[in-house]
Design a protein around this ligand. Structure first.
Ligand SMILES: Nc1nc2c(ncn2[C@@H]2O[C@H](COP(=O)(O)OP(=O)(O)OP(=O)(O)O)[C@@H](O)[C@H]2O)c(=O)[nH]1
Ligand SMILES: [Mg+2]
Length: 188
């Protein structure tokens, strides 16, 4: 059920319906609460987003349309989750969404300051066969704390793309788009 329809700014005159997601590849944003998923969602999506209750639940899921290169994607912002083994209704929705909607890319956003606490979910996502891209967000705060993270080493041991980001400043968005595009091309 469509619950809300948010118009964030004037739309794009003449272009196709921005709420038409049919046939678009999906990018699903997942991760613990408070890691920057919604900041990323807002930067990836266009003028219109929909916020609707996930079927049969009271949990809200935001969807919007993002453009990477010349291709449109459906971008889905999920409720924060700690594990693929759900305890809360929010986690159950995120799990169902990941497993039922066959995303082209699953962007796991983590807080770089707390990477060790968040990597178990990355492993669960990878083990579930999902096309995971790991984003270490909040690198500004991690750097202030003097944390150094070996990105190439992490990429090598996990076997997935790893990107560092500061989403509130827009850093890492273009690299993420490039990696999503490359991955989507590989599996399409
Ligand atoms: N310092 C810093 N703060 C950030 C960064 N990205 C996001 N934030 C802040 O982190 C807070 C949480 O961001 P959200 O995007 O709401 O987090 P979320 O993952 O959507 O959280 P839930 O919806 O609760 O799961 C906000 O206050 C953001 O402004 C970043 O790169 N650096
Ligand atoms: Mg959010």
């Amino acid at each position: 059920m469509l619950k809300k329809f948010k118009k964030r700014s004037k739309c794009c005159g003449g272009e196709q319906n921005p709420l038409e997601f049919h046939g678009l590849k999906k990018i699903v944003l997942v991760g613990n609460p408070n890691v920057g998923k919604s900041v990323l969602f807002n930067r990836l999506t266009g003028a219109y987003v929909t916020v609707s209750n996930y079927p049969g639940t009271t949990v809200e899921v935001s969807r919007g349309r993002g453009k990477i290169g010349d291709e449109y994607f459906e971008v889905v912002d999920t409720p924060g989750m700690y594990s693929l083994l759900p305890i809360t209704e929010e986690e159950a929705v995120s799990r169902r969404l990941l497993l039922n909607e066959h995303p082209e890319a699953v962007v796991h956003v983590v807080d770089a300051k707390n990477i060790q606490r968040m990597l178990p979910l990355t492993l669960q996502l990878i083990e579930s066969g999902l096309p995971v891209i790991l984003v270490l967000n909040m690198m500004d705060e991690a750097k202030k704390l003097g944390l150094e993270i070996d990105l190439p080493g992490l990429e090598k041991s996990l076997g997935i793309p790893v990107i560092s980001a500061v989403f509130i400043k827009g850093t890492g968005i273009e690299e993420l788009k490039r990696v999503i595009k490359e991955n989507a091309r590989l599996i399409s």
